[in-house]
Structures are given as C-alpha cells and as structure tokens.
Design a protein around this ligand. Structure first.
Ligand SMILES: NC(=O)c1ccc[n+]([C@@H]2O[C@H](COP(=O)([O-])OP(=O)(O)OC[C@H]3O[C@@H](n4cnc5c(N)ncnc54)[C@H](O)[C@@H]3O)[C@@H](O)[C@H]2O)c1
Length: 436
C-alpha cells in the first residue's frame, strides 16, 4: 500500500471531468498565436509535406501478413535435393511388402529403439524430431549418431507443429504408417512449463492428424498414449474399459485429450488409429528424468535419494516395462493396423479405432527398485522416505494386457523376474553419459 500511495496520490491530482474548467487566459493566448503567427503560405507548405509523407509511408510499408495460427508454425528452409534424396532412401523398404513408416520423436528413448527395429526388419523409416531441451540433448544426439545413423534411419530435425515441413514430407514419401511418439513426456515438468504439453501433445497431434487426413492415401496411425490416463482410478489392474476421466496431471490430461481427438479424426475422416497406453518404460538409452535413471546417478554420487510412499505408508509401485517389449508392441500394432478408409480428407467408410495397454503386468515397488540398483551398483543408497507430493504422480500402475494379447497376436514377452536386472544396461549407458 505504501508503495502504491505515491502513484495513487498522483492519480488523485487529475481533476474529475465535472470539476475541470479551462483557464480562459491560456486559451486566449493559443488563439492569439494561431491567428497572428501562422501565415497562409506556411500552412500550405507544411500540409503538402505532411501529405507526401503519408503517401510515401503508405507505399513503403510491407503488405499485412495474417497472424500465424497457434501451433501451425512454418519453416522456410529445408535441406535441398541432397536432403530429399536421403529422405527417399531412408523411406525405401527392403522389399515390396515392407512398410514405409514416419516415426515422430525418433531421437527419443522409445522412438530410437522402434525406428531401429523397423529398419532392421526391412521397413522404410523416416524419423522426425525437434531435439528439444527437455532433457540433456547430447543423449538425443547420441541416440541419433550411435543407433539411428548406423541403422540407416534418416532423422529430419523439425517440429510436428511445422505444417509446411509435414506437407513436404508427405509430398516426398508415400507413408503407409505413422508411428507417432513425439510428445512432451514427464509428469512433474508441467509445473514448470505447462504450455509445452499443450504445444506438443495437443497442437502438434492435431497438426499431424490434419496433414495425414488430407493426404491422398492416408496412412494408418499408431501413437503413444499413456498409463497416466488412468489417473485417480483405484481399481487394479487397469483395463481399457476402466474410467479415465480423472487425470492427476496435466500430462495425463493431454494424453486423454489426445485419445478423444484421435477418435474424432477416426470418426470424421476414416483414419485408422491405434493408441497404445505405455506403462513406465525402462531400458538402455532411457530417459534421465525417470526414477531408475536419476536414482542411479544419485546413488553413485553418494547423494541422498527420496523414496515416496503413499498415505499410511502405502507402497508406490510401477509396472516397469522393458523397452524391447514396448517395441514389439509397437511393431505388432503397425502390422495389425487396418488401412485408413479416407482419401484427401473425405471418409469412405468406417475405420479401425483401438486403444490398447502395453505393460508388464507385474508392478515393482520403489523400495524393490532401489534394492535392485544397490545390488547392481554395489553401493548402499542413502534413503529418505517422504510422503508423495501431489504433483501428478499416482501410487500404483498395473496393466491388464488381455486386449494386447488378443489384438496384437504376438505375446508381449512379459518381463520375467530375472530380466529386470537388464536394467544394468541402463546403468552402463548412464556411466557413458555422465562419466561417473
Ligand atoms: N517412457 C515412458 O515410460 C512412457 C510411458 C507412457 C507414455 N510414453 C509416451 O511415449 C512417447 C515416447 O516417450 P519417450 O519416453 O521416448 O520420451 P522422449 O522424451 O525420450 O521422446 C520424445 C521425443 O519427441 C521429441 N519431441 C517432443 N516434442 C516434439 C515436437 N513438437 N516435434 C517434434 N519432436 C518432438 C523429443 O525431442 C523427444 O526426442 C511419448 O509420447 C510419451 O508420452 C512414454
């Protein structure tokens, strides 16, 4: 209030309209000056100069450009003919029966593994990633140089919100499938940068679907939703029929919105769409924002780690799912996806719409996770048990995968107890990245 006071007192000094009376003597003075000091020729000269200035600036000003629509940014320069031929080469399947897949988020954890697996089995793959700074970008660059480049997957550096780029790619290549993994991942970052979730998970998804629906031969879409859509649902295990209308985080809300948006595009335009709800994916080249990764770093650095527990000492557990199983699930979803029925934005018939859980169906408690890491690292962790804050995490995730077994045919190699220590690969990668 004291700071406001000088400002308010200044405002107080302005007289109200009713109180204001012009000072007759000053009006007389202005009138007098105008009458006796402004001659007619001077006025004419000044008016001419003024008018010519207006005409000059009118012709000089650039034409008005329409404000860009939110989420539909454009890029003006692409790599030229060399760039185009690399894309075409990367998109070429080994045989006539192979698919041609656009993988968005290709430099990400799951995207890199899935792209390499598709390429190795003979499909044509073009990657797309904006290499954003949500986590250490050198990890994304390393996935590109050490996994994707070596496998022969060309990654276009660009954003799914760049409509010009997407149209260019769809003009160059006839994609049979899109594996859409690009997203703002992570639950807690929404407290820092909520708009990044809207930009990538909502705007970006719509932008991609718009371009796909308008293409002459619409590809089928397989995309990443998340177990987080189950939110506050307390019934375990989570089945696709369970309620998903109580998200506990903005991330979950955007993934749920994505599922509804996907349904609308399937219904209106005949796009074949499969949404996969991944459950906590782990493995080599994993994400540094995930617990197994930063616990490893802190344990090795002899730093204290916080272990969350629920109210009344409730266990926090995750249905950790090994990356290879997720990749198998993605590939099976692509292989079992039916064709889109639309053409150039017009629906020609009903199209397939699926939502499928992809999980290990064997939750592991955070305490167990830490004890596995301790054993692998041969270091005792300094633990502090704290009540889980309400910042978007849920106490437990547990997938029911009956539908995955039925729909995706191939069994999703449930991770056996002995395979969980394969996490040591993640530890090795961790060592590689941070040189502990
Ligand atoms: N890893 C998990 O446990 C898990 C669980 C559930 C769902 N998912 C979903 O799976 C997908 C892949 O996850 P991940 O763990 O590999 O994450 P990630 O962050 O490693 O990969 C996502 C990639 O997408 C890119 N990207 C983000 N926004 C983009 C944009 N607007 N345009 C172009 N590229 C963009 C990022 O640079 C990143 O490389 C995401 O959709 C994520 O939400 C992951």
């Amino acid at each position: 209030m004291t700071q406001l006071k000088p400002i308010l007192s200044h405002v107080d000094n302005i007289p109200s309209a009713g109180k204001f009376k012009p000072d007759k003597s000053s009006l007389y003075y202005i009138h007098h000056r105008l009458r006796y000091q402004t001659s007619l020729p001077k006025l004419t000269i000044w008016s001419t100069i003024f008018l010519s200035l207006i005409v000059f600036f009118f012709f000089l000003s650039p034409p008005a450009t329409p404000a860009p629509r939110r989420g539909l940014r454009t890029t003006t320069s692409y790599g030229g003919s060399g760039w185009e031929s690399r894309i075409k080469l990367s998109a070429k399947p080994r045989s006539g029966t192979g698919h041609t897949v656009l993988v968005t988020g290709a430099a990400g954890f799951i995207g890199a593994h899935a792209s390499v697996a598709l390429k190795r089995r003979g499909d044509g793959v073009v990657g797309l990633d904006n290499f954003n700074h949500y986590y250490d970008i050198t990890l994304k660059k390393s996935r590109k140089s050490k996994l994707l480049d070596r496998a022969g997957v060309f990654v276009v550096e660009g954003d799914i919100n760049d409509v010009v780029l997407l149209r260019k790619l769809f003009g160059l290549v006839h994609f049979t499938h899109v594996l859409h993994l690009a997203a703002q991942a992570g639950v807690r970052y929404a407290m820092v940068n909520p708009n990044s979730y809207i930009r990538s998970n909502i705007d970006g998804l719509v932008n991609l679907l718009e371009v796909v629906k308008s293409s002459i031969a619409q590809p089928a879409i397989v995309w990443a939703s998340s177990s987080s859509v189950y939110g506050l649902n307390s019934k375990v295990s989570f089945s696709e029929k369970d309620r998903t209308d109580q998200p506990a985080s903005l991330y979950a809300a955007t993934k749920k919105a994505g599922e509804e948006i996907a349904h609308a595009y399937n219904h209106i335009y005949g796009l074949s769409i499969t949404g996969l709800r991944f459950f906590t994916v782990y493995g080599p080249w994993g994400r540094p924002d995930m617990a197994y990764f930063f616990f490893t770093k802190d344990i090795l650095n002899r730093k204290q780690i916080s272990i969350f527990e629920g109210p009344n000492h409730g266990t926090i557990a995750r249905d950790f799912t090994y990356i290879d199983d997720i990749v198998k699930g993605c590939l099976s979803a692509i292989d079992t996806a039916k064709k889109s029925t639309g053409n150039g934005g017009k629906k020609k018939g009903e199209a397939q719409f699926r939502i499928i859980n992809l999980g290990n169906t064997s939750p592991v408690s955070v305490h167990k996770l830490v004890s596995i890491l301790e054993k692998l690292l041969k270091v005792k962790a300094k633990k502090k048990v704290v009540l889980m804050p309400r910042n978007g995490d849920v106490p437990i995730t547990h997938a029911n995968i009956s539908l995955a077994r039925m729909e995706l045919g191939r069994v999703l190699g449930e991770v056996k107890k002995t395979s969980f220590p394969r996490n040591n690969l993640a530890v090795e990668e961790y060592g590689l990245m941070y040189r502990v």
